[in-house]
Write a protein that binds this ligand. Structure first.
Ligand SMILES: [Zn+2]
Length: 463
């Protein structure tokens, strides 16, 4: 989770390191502490230590070393005693020369690297999202005197509940700034953040109306529904205006409390859930619907109980041999695993975070406070209150555009990795009127106008 702290956010890294050390000190070996968790993000790796799009991985060098070894082996092959000959430094120089020749500009078959990151993997999705925003038509308004029930079908939640600032950090309503070629900063809630706020608003409603006779409670959802992603998503789609405003107000509060400091009593893992950045896996929704998201209900005692939960999870995980939750986008899940692998080797495939993960169990509402009873309870989320969506981390996707330097910056994971992301595409189209090549025939200018119109109207209602 710590390696997913976005580029340049060193403050968050420092706070998180301190928290992790404090909470897990007993379990962390001294050399791990000094080698990786010494407070320098470069030593841990991950995104925080680099600039967006900058590759700092050592894998390339390691691969190159392997190639030289292979070349060396090939040179040794004709000899009767390769072991004896391998000591001859000339052969090693030969191997390096062979590798250098292969990688030289004249002969290098891989010489043409992509200088600009490719948008191939995101462009279809982002264009579809934008098309959808443009095509959105709200259901017809039903007059108050009519017997018909007002239909509701809301716009995509990240846009509907977005927050906007000018270059000076002044908060403005979307209709003042959308589509303009000025410095902006937009904050779009992540799916987890949005669903958690919705859950909170609905939960309050259930509590408020609990005293009423049951027949009067028809409009209130059942508590179990709030743990069901499908039901929650449905609620979000048909959320009436007054509740949309409540969700927006709750999100505004949450954004205010999304500080780089940890709040008093806030668990370090929950801190990382709100500050680190990672998109949910592609099929997160289907996966979550298949295995209903279950929050940790029972409040277990610190330490031993939490450890027991870890073991339970680990055992269950090994039994089911589930796919790893902590896979990075570069890793692909092998189609089939050799059955002969012993369980001890599978430990790396245990899901670390996400629902049912080891951390999930370890942090089941356990505080790592230092005996200080004062807790800023309403400023942070408890594990049981957060709706975890797929592998997602982070509460806000913050994208900014500077009209002076003409630079776009985003805190999302893809931007940290490639220096480019779907949010950049949105800024280019909506604010800078730059369209991807090959999109001319779709009359994107008209779609853009419709998107801005829709967003202004729908977001404007939540003021
Ligand atoms: Zn982004």
């Amino acid at each position: 989770m710590m390696s997913n702290i976005p580029c340049g956010d060193v403050e968050t890294f420092k706070v998180a390191t301190k928290g992790v050390l404090k909470k897990y000190e007993k379990h962390i070996k001294p050399y791990v502490m000094s080698a990786y968790l010494n407070g320098n993000p470069s030593c841990l790796g991950g995104y925080c230590s680099k600039t967006p799009g900058d590759m700092t991985s050592t894998q390339g060098c390691e691969a190159r070393g392997g190639e030289i070894k292979k070349a060396h082996k090939e040179i040794m092959e004709p000899y009767d005693d390769p072991n004896m000959e391998s000591r001859n430094p000339l052969h090693l120089i030969g191997a390096v020369a062979r590798d250098a020749a292969f990688h030289s500009k004249a002969s290098n078959p891989c010489g043409k690297f992509a200088v600009q990151p490719s948008r191939e993997d995101i462009i279809d999705d982002v264009m579809n999202d934008l098309r959808y925003l443009g095509e959105y038509t709200p259901p017809k308004e039903v007059s108050a005197s009519s017997r018909r029930v007002q239909k509701v079908c809301n716009l995509s939640g990240d846009w509907l509940y977005s927050f906007w600032e000018t270059g000076d950090g002044e908060e403005v309503s979307p209709d003042e700034i959308l589509g303009k070629q000025v410095s902006i900063k937009s904050s779009l809630p992540s799916t987890s953040c949005l669903l958690s706020s919705l859950k909170k608003v609905k939960m309050e409603k259930i509590e408020d109306m609990a005293g009423l006779p049951t027949e009067a409670q028809t409009s209130v959802p059942k508590k179990e529904q709030l743990n069901d992603i499908k039901a929650l998503t449905r609620m979000l789609t048909i959320l009436p205006l007054d509740e949309r405003k409540e969700v927006k107000a709750h999100l505004a509060q949450k954004r205010l409390y999304n500080t780089v400091e940890r709040h008093k009593g806030e668990d370090v893992v929950m801190y990382l859930y709100r500050r680190a950045q990672r998109d949910p896996v592609k099929n997160a929704y289907d996966e979550m619907c298949n295995s209903k998201y279950i929050p940790t209900k029972t409040k277990k005692k610190k330490g031993k109980a939490a450890m027991e939960r870890i073991e339970e999870v680990v055992d269950a995980q090994l039994e089911h041999d589930k796919d790893a939750g902590e896979v990075e986008e570069v890793a692909t899940t092998p189609a089939s695993r050799p059955p002969s692998r012993s369980p001890s080797y599978k430990s790396e495939e245990i899901q670390i975070d996400g629902p049912g993960g080891v951390l999930d169990a370890a942090t089941a509402d356990v505080n790592d406070d230092d005996g200080d009873d004062s807790v800023d309870e309403d400023k942070f989320e408890r594990r049981g209150d957060r709706v975890i969506f797929g592998n997602e981390l982070g509460d806000w996707r913050e994208t900014s555009y500077d009209s002076v330097t003409r630079r776009i910056h985003c805190n999302c994971k893809r931007f940290s990795y490639f220096g480019d992301c779907k949010h950049c595409v949105c800024v280019e189209i909506l604010h800078l009127e730059q369209y991807p090549s090959g999109m001319a025939n779709e009359q994107w200018q008209q779609i853009r106008t419709k998107i801005i119109h829709n967003l202004k109207i729908q977001c404007g209602k939540l003021k």
